[in-house]
Design a protein around this ligand. Structure first.
Ligand code: G
Ligand code: G
Ligand code: NA
Ligand code: MN
Length: 255
């Protein structure tokens, strides 16, 4: 309980910070985006793992809403800074529990944050997790369509695991599919997993979705993903999540 109180105070004061992990093209490792991931260092508790505090946040609706708003704000502020600095990056990507999607004011929240921070819809991607939390599908779809009209990209996260099923590909207006890292890590050793990844990429292509493979750690995984024509990659092989100040940009053309 103490933990939850401290977390609440931290979220309220924007004391959580974000680290950023690069998203690159599979073919030539060109940087396209950065995923924002939350970190919490408490003065007393020390560094608390997201595996521990994210479920705490998601167990409380008010806290989840405050955290989502804060994550969006911090990530968009960072993106605005990168834009001012003319950094070669297309978008920042923020994790959003899908349950936030059918809030009546979610689209308004996003558009307010974009305006306040001075970035465009196309500067932002939203990664939807736990699509099972969508209880009001028509409202979620309507909100998603409005976000897309603003230029915001929508991704389904952790595709292939528990609650992320083909049904969501059928029903939700999406732009991007992120293959869960459990598939990436097994694909070079397990023939069945390899075939599943191949199949997922085919399905995504047929539906016009961009595919990101998460959790790429070895050159072998990278090679196989390239031969399967996966679009984008993310993982320790290319870059760990790091503080914004440590985020590495390629040199600008002509620089
Ligand atoms: O590095 P990593 O340990 O950051 O993340 C662990 C888990 O926490 C992942 O499932 C990740 O999606 C989730 N996570 C990390 N940052 C955020 C965030 O800002 N919002 C939400 N909803 N989940 C996050
Ligand atoms: O659920 P989500 O996909 O948002 O979680 C991203 C999580 O994956 C974060 O905890 C991040 O630190 C972690 N991650 C990113 N790249 C790698 C990787 O190459 N290997 C492993 N094991 N974890 C990774
Ligand atoms: Na994610
Ligand atoms: Mn994921």
């Amino acid at each position: 309980q103490d933990r939850l109180d401290r977390l609440r105070a931290a979220v309220r004061s924007d004391a959580l910070h974000q680290v950023y992990q690069p998203i690159l093209t599979v073919r030539d490792r060109r940087l396209v985006g950065a995923e924002a991931l939350a970190r919490w260092r408490d003065p007393l508790l020390g560094e608390v793992s997201p595996e521990e505090f994210i479920p705490l946040i998601e167990s409380d609706v008010g806290l989840r809403q405050a955290f989502t708003a804060s994550s969006l704000k911090v990530a968009c502020r960072q993106m605005a800074w990168w834009r001012r600095e003319k950094k070669p990056i297309d978008y920042v990507s923020v994790n959003v529990p899908a349950g936030e999607l059918y809030r009546a004011d979610f689209v308004a929240l996003v558009s307010t944050v974009l305006a306040e921070q001075g970035v465009q819809g196309r500067d932002l991607m939203l990664e939807l997790t736990e699509a099972s939390l969508i209880t009001d599908l028509p409202v979620a779809i309507q909100n998603m369509e409005q976000l897309r009209d603003m230029g915001v990209r929508l991704a389904i996260d952790d595709f292939g695991t528990g609650y992320s099923s083909l049904r969501y590909l059928q029903q939700l207006p999406l732009d991007v599919l992120k293959i869960d890292r459990s598939f990436t890590s097994a694909m070079t050793d397990n023939e069945t997993t390899y075939k599943l990844v191949d199949g997922i990429i085919w399905i995504a292509r047929a539906l016009g979705l961009t595919v990101i493979a998460e959790g790429v750690e070895t050159p072998e995984q990278w090679n196989e993903l390239a031969s399967l024509k996966c679009d984008l990659v993310q993982g320790f092989l290319f870059g760990r999540p790091v503080a914004a100040g440590d985020f590495v940009f390629p040199p600008l053309p002509g620089a």
